[in-house]
Design a protein around this ligand. Structure first.
Ligand SMILES: [Zn+2]
Ligand SMILES: [Zn+2]
Length: 390
């Protein structure tokens, strides 16, 4: 049997509970077998060129996100091993018999694609709100993912890309960039003051987009000074380094930071705040930093229960909470493509030159993957990519 290399977690080897990290293994080469699996008629085999490592991969690496979903999905499939990863760009090298007829996609096409595989049948899917599909699978978490040299993907999830418009490495980041597009198109950010709590990759993308979509003032907040500096370089108007949350009181707000945000907004608080870090304190900082009648966008999910003290105060302030999951398929993708293709707005170049340092450091050769290298790189850079074919 032909095999490929992939990054995995095997729960039969206790790799979830007793060990952190991903494990490189030889797994069977994915094949299209329409006789035994009718869905393969509408699936493709993609040779992965670049794969993005995102915040949820970090959460899985350290075992502090998606614990329940990861286990329940494996149980349902009667499997113990999962291939991880969900952000990709690659080339279609095999296509089921219906792929071209249904989706206009063919062998040789360069593609990225959405990591959420929606059911197509539930109420939300039928009314065009697939992002809230009640029966969706997420690549690399609840079904096998894309940290492999070749992967099988339903063609309906693919987004054909054009390397003349967006460079391949940036195409591999459509999925997380799309999260930021989704978040920043949920509320109207024209002319608003916005605070972004958490400047990891999607927080940083959000800064680029907030500027692009016309926010009047962007305040970037992170525990890591390097990330705050990068946020300022990307166009944030103000940067604040915040202390890590108090472990004894994980939901306490940071009064100093709130006061600073108030000062920067002439006493009002921001119109919009975005929770991109996933900490309980960060959710409460968002609520506290937002003006009466303002909006809070929640995105940085982590496992566990969160506490909102003085809940009624949030209600009385008239704050609206928005939960962002995935991307609107494919409305978000269309907007992302337009923003990235416009070379005059600088967004694509800033992503590549500043966040990805022109590929020097944040791009890891898949053949050189090791636990130590990954931990070192995750500490060093907000966003990483695997070069899967070298
Ligand atoms: Zn991601
Ligand atoms: Zn559905």
């Amino acid at each position: 049997m032909e095999t490929i290399n992939a990054l995995t977690i095997d729960i039969s080897k206790n790799e979830w509970h007793n060990q952190k990290g991903f494990f490189k293994r030889e797994v069977p080469m994915p094949v299209l077998d329409e006789k035994h699996n009718t869905k393969d008629a509408a699936s493709v085999i993609v040779k992965v060129m670049y794969a993005g490592i995102c915040g949820s991969d970090r959460g899985m690496w350290y075992r502090n996100a998606f614990t329940e979903l990861f286990h329940s999905a494996l149980e349902k499939e009667h499997k113990s091993m999962r291939i991880v990863g969900h952000e990709f760009v690659g080339e279609v090298v095999g296509a089921g018999s219906l792929v071209n007829e249904l989706y206009g996609i063919k062998v040789g096409d360069p593609v990225s694609g959405d990591s959420h595989i929606t059911c197509g049948k539930c109420f939300q899917c039928r009314i065009g709100e697939q992002e809230t599909c009640q029966d969706q699978a997420i690549m690399g978490i609840s079904i096998d993912g894309i940290f492999g040299e070749y992967v099988k993907i339903p063609a309906k999830n693919l987004w054909v890309v054009d390397f003349n418009r967006v460079r391949p490495e940036v195409c591999a980041m459509y999925d997380p960039f799309g999260n930021a597009v989704h978040a920043l198109t949920r509320v109207d950010v024209r002319g608003v003051r916005i605070a972004i709590f958490g400047c990891g990759q999607i927080g940083l993308f959000s800064i680029l987009l907030a500027r692009q979509f016309g926010a009047a003032k962007v305040i970037a907040i992170d525990v890591n000074k390097d990330n705050v500096d990068m946020a300022l370089e990307l166009g944030a108007h103000e940067g604040i380094v915040i202390k890590p949350a108090d472990k004894a009181n994980p939901y306490d707000i940071d009064r100093e930071v709130i006061d600073k945000v108030k000062e920067l907004t002439y006493g009002k608080g921001v119109d919009v705040s975005m929770e991109m870090a996933g900490f309980n304190s960060s959710v409460n900082n968002c609520i506290e930093a937002t003006r009466f009648g303002g909006q809070v966008i929640l995105f940085g999910i982590k496992d566990g229960d969160f506490i909102i003290p003085k809940f009624s105060k949030m209600v009385v302030k008239g704050i609206t909470l928005h939960n962002i999951i995935g991307r609107q398929i494919f409305r978000t993708w269309q907007i992302a493509q337009r923003v990235l293709s416009d070379r005059k707005n600088g967004v694509q170049d800033k992503m590549w030159d500043i966040i990805m340092r022109g590929g020097n450091g944040p791009v890891i050769k898949f053949s050189e993957f090791s636990h130590e290298l990954m931990e070192e790189k995750m500490k060093q850079y907000p966003k990483l990519l695997f070069d899967m074919q070298s």
